[in-house]
Design a protein. Structure first.
Length: 276
């Protein structure tokens, strides 16, 4: 596998990460792989894992105390429910040139601006394939984000996968519902395929292997191919064959399309509720 580009090697820092849970840790790993030195990092995490503690021995500042240092960038990766308590305290780390990058679901730019005025703010939504560098993130800036800060945000987010930008914050709840929550839908599909295989007579371990590898392989094919998903589906489907028989059920009334439309709508609605 090709080594990731060292896009953060020249970043002057410091970079403050607030929350080093699964997504925060994935971002941290990505930044280090792209050349960011631990000495340029500060992490606020009440329950740090072994890897964060190990980085602290290499120069990372863990839960810094005393006079706060102004950060070049702050990445907020705490749960949205913790935001009202966690975000206002970050004002001591912000300055005129600080970029604030939030990956909290549901928490709006307006919420962040009310707590951290007059910061340049980017609201972003990554997803869990970030853990293997295959995430997809959509980012939305406020009006104070400069071209340089936008590039920095892109570099920070590209450490965990592909990055797309939108100027319309109104789509962010739908983004969360499709790609942020989307991996759970794929994992549920894998679970359902396993159960269906067992019901059809397969041994449980074989059914699980077939489902897992089929979903993983199909995802990789989709990633590598220039063809639309619809074309790839059609390429598997012979008229009158076994796949066609299955798709007649999945694509019929109350099938995949209807269920996913309802699921994404429910997730979008919940995202708006989290925003208050």
């Amino acid at each position: 596998m090709t080594a990731p580009p060292k896009t953060l090697r020249t970043f002057a820092g410091p970079l403050l990460l607030v929350g080093a849970g699964k997504m925060g840790q994935a971002m941290l790993d990505g930044w280090l792989a792209r050349g960011l030195h631990p000495k340029k990092l500060m992490v606020i995490e009440p329950q740090p894992g072994k890897s964060v503690k190990a980085l602290a021995r290499r120069g990372l500042k863990l839960n810094p105390k005393g006079k706060a240092s102004q950060a070049a960038a702050i990445v907020i990766a705490v749960k949205p429910q913790s935001a009202p308590e966690a975000v206002p305290s970050l004002g001591v780390y912000t300055g005129k040139s600080t970029l604030v990058l939030s990956i909290m679901a549901g928490r709006t730019i307006g919420f962040l601006e009310s707590a951290l005025t007059p910061a340049a703010i980017v609201r972003a939504m990554p997803n869990t394939p970030a853990a293997v560098g295959r995430g997809i993130t959509v980012a939305c800036p406020n009006g104070k984000v400069s071209a340089r800060q936008r590039k920095l945000a892109t570099d920070l987010l590209a450490a965990i996968g592909k990055v797309e930008w939108t100027s319309d914050e109104g789509v962010m709840d739908a983004v969360t519902a499709v790609s942020g929550s989307g991996p759970a839908y794929v994992f549920l599909l894998t679970e359902a395929m396993t159960k269906a295989g067992i019901a059809a007579g397969l041994p449980a371990d074989l059914a699980a292997t077939l489902a897992r590898e089929t979903v993983a392989g199909s995802g990789e094919l989709l990633h590598c191919s220039d063809l639309d998903a619809a074309i790839l589906r059609q390429n598997v489907t012979s008229p009158g064959g076994t796949t066609a028989a299955a798709l007649e059920v999945l694509m019929g009334p109350g099938g995949f399309d209807d269920l996913l439309t309802k699921a994404v709508a429910a997730a979008t609605k919940r995202g708006r509720e989290l925003a208050g």
